[in-house]
Design a binder for this molecule. Structure first.
Ligand code: NAD
Length: 508
């Protein structure tokens, strides 16, 4: 542990008071009817940093009702795309003006480094602006070649009331991958952030008001998955649920939503491999592997938590990644140089450690790390950068989401083997290949079972490019025009021009 790069000091001060997060229902910020609240303790600093209202069925019912009424009376869905875009662009401006405030509470609740939180909260404004552009440019189709007496038009209409349920690992970013797109489409929404990271979602409410979003169009209910999230997934007045979180909860939501046959979009877990061929930019690949596993302490759906490296270079490549791991700055999230922060909860830290113990017991070898990390003055809810080799495809560490800074190393000899190992997974979120041969890259990309394939890069993303998973990583797509279309229903309008329709009933 002594040769790791650990930062214990901080340059940003902890706030004196805990942020008070409240529900936002029908345009009004409010506490729970029964007054219940929950405390959030900073995973890195061990102090209470926010108190959030804990909602029940009462608040969830009220929020769904407000969204239903707001949708049905057309106060938002009947506005022009231009008017909706103006509000979304104003929200983007307000997000940019409040980045520091948002980033600080995001860091305190999640444990992620302040520099990363600034990037995510500031970057989210671009998602709102891109969604605004779609509000103005979206259109359906026309069919003008069905005969001179027929004209058909395919309309796109907002799907209705959308429940948005988000996780704790990228609270403001994932909210912004969903909410502005639903609003751009003309939907009304009920949003529930994770109970662990409620505050930036609650803060957005003030910006929505200032930007001029009509009351009832976006409602926010804070609280646990049960009862708030489950009611949002089952309620007959909700037309669609968009959920990001664990595969286990995603399956429950699909079942609950099935009773009313509402549309379900799911962004779930991943076990994403990077395949490393000998003829590639090995420094670039090692850097991307290091980034892919330690970014957000590995608590990332897109974490490249396994690599599949060619046997000829495996020793040298792993040594490079181990050496780079020592140079990544772990520690106090409130220092601008820190790259990797704390683990979200003590229970989760124990779970990460359990995966490493089980792999070692099954014969794998820890090349670096493999234990909790104690940061002077901050305690030990951190985990060391960890690389485990000698991993076989049947081990839990190779198959399940560890959701920590723990890299599993597997090896291959042929492209066929690399593709087989890539696809030997219940998940299918993303995959990557590092190789200078374009033919190999293309063959891998076409045969990899994943929603996104990166070649000679990792985790580059753009608001324009759809994101989502196959297999048990989810269904539907987010962002891009495909993500926007998820919030639209298609209606076909068929019109006869002139009185040319042949009678079905014989004339007397
Ligand atoms: P989680 O499934 O525990 O919780 C996600 C959200 O669902 C929270 O708001 C939670 O309160 C709510 N919830 C819990 N039980 C519910 C229920 N019965 N009904 C309705 N809602 C319920 O996930 P998490 O631990 O917050 O996040 C980590 C998971 O999210 C990981 O598996 C990760 O891979 C996944 N994730 C996926 C993506 C993606 O885009 N594919 C992005 C980020 C995170």
């Amino acid at each position: 542990m002594k040769d790791l790069h650990i930062i214990s000091e901080q340059t940003v001060a902890l706030p004196n008071t805990a942020y008070q997060a409240r529900h936002f229902i029908n345009g009004v910020a409010q506490d729970s009817a029964d007054g219940r609240k929950s405390d959030r303790i900073s995973p890195s600093h061990g102090v209470v940093v926010s108190q959030a209202a804990l909602g029940s069925e009462v608040e969830a019912e009220a929020a769904i009702k407000a969204a239903r009424v707001a949708f049905d009376d057309g106060r938002w869905s009947c506005l022009s795309g231009k008017a909706r875009a103006a509000v979304l662009n104003k929200v983007a401006d307000l997000i940019e003006a409040n980045v520091e405030k948002l980033a600080l509470i995001e860091t305190l609740e999640s444990g992620k480094p302040i520099s990363q939180a600034r990037g995510e909260c500031g970057g989210a404004a671009d998602l709102w602006r891109y969604a605004a552009s779609l509000a103005r440019t979206s259109h359906g189709d026309s069919h003008n070649a069905l005969g001179s007496d027929i004209l058909a038009v395919v309309l796109k209409e907002p799907i209705g009331v959308v429940s948005i349920i988000t996780p704790w690992n990228f609270p403001f970013w994932i909210l912004s991958q969903k909410l502005p797109f639903a609003l751009a489409a003309g939907c009304t929404c009920v949003v529930k952030p994770s109970e662990v990271t409620p505050s930036t979602t609650a803060m957005l409410a003030e910006m929505l008001v200032e930007a001029g979003l009509p009351a009832g169009v976006c409602n926010i209910v804070l609280g646990y998955g049960n009862p708030v999230g489950s009611l949002m997934a089952s309620h007959a007045d909700v037309d669609m649920v968009t959920f990001t979180g664990s595969t286990a909860v995603g399956k429950m939501i699909t079942k609950t939503a099935g009773d009313t046959l509402k549309k379900v979009a799911l962004e779930l877990g991943g076990k994403n491999p990077q395949v490393i061929f000998p003829n590639c930019d090995l420094d670039g690949a090692a850097d991307a592997v290091t980034f892919g596993i330690y970014f957000n302490v590995g608590q990332c759906c897109n974490s490249s938590s396994r690599i599949i490296v060619h046997e000829d270079i495996a020793d040298a490549f792993v040594a490079r990644v181990v050496e780079m791991s020592r140079r990544v700055a772990f520690g106090n999230p409130l220092h601008p140089d820190t790259q990797v922060g704390a683990i979200v909860t003590p229970e989760h830290a124990a779970k990460i450690d359990g995966y490493v113990r089980a792999a070692v017991a099954a014969g794998a070898e820890v090349c670096i790390g493999g234990a909790a990390l104690s940061v002077p003055g901050l305690g030990d809810q951190f985990y060391q950068p960890t690389v485990v080799r000698g991993v076989t495809a049947d081990m839990a560490i190779a198959r399940e989401e560890v959701f920590g800074p723990v890299l599993a190393v597997l090896t291959f000899r042929t492209l066929e083997e690399a593709i087989a190992l890539t696809n030997d997974a219940t998940y299918g979120l993303s995959a990557g290949i590092w190789c200078d041969d374009i033919h190999t890259c293309l063959e891998f990309s076409r045969r990899a079972q994943a929603g996104t394939v990166w070649t000679n890069t990792w985790m580059d993303g753009f608001p324009e490019v759809a994101f989502g998973g196959v297999k048990q990583s989810g269904q539907g797509r987010e962002i891009g025009s495909y993500g926007f279309d998820e919030f639209l229903e298609v209606k076909s309008l068929v019109m006869r021009v002139g009185r040319t329709r042949a009678p079905w009933v014989k004339r007397a």
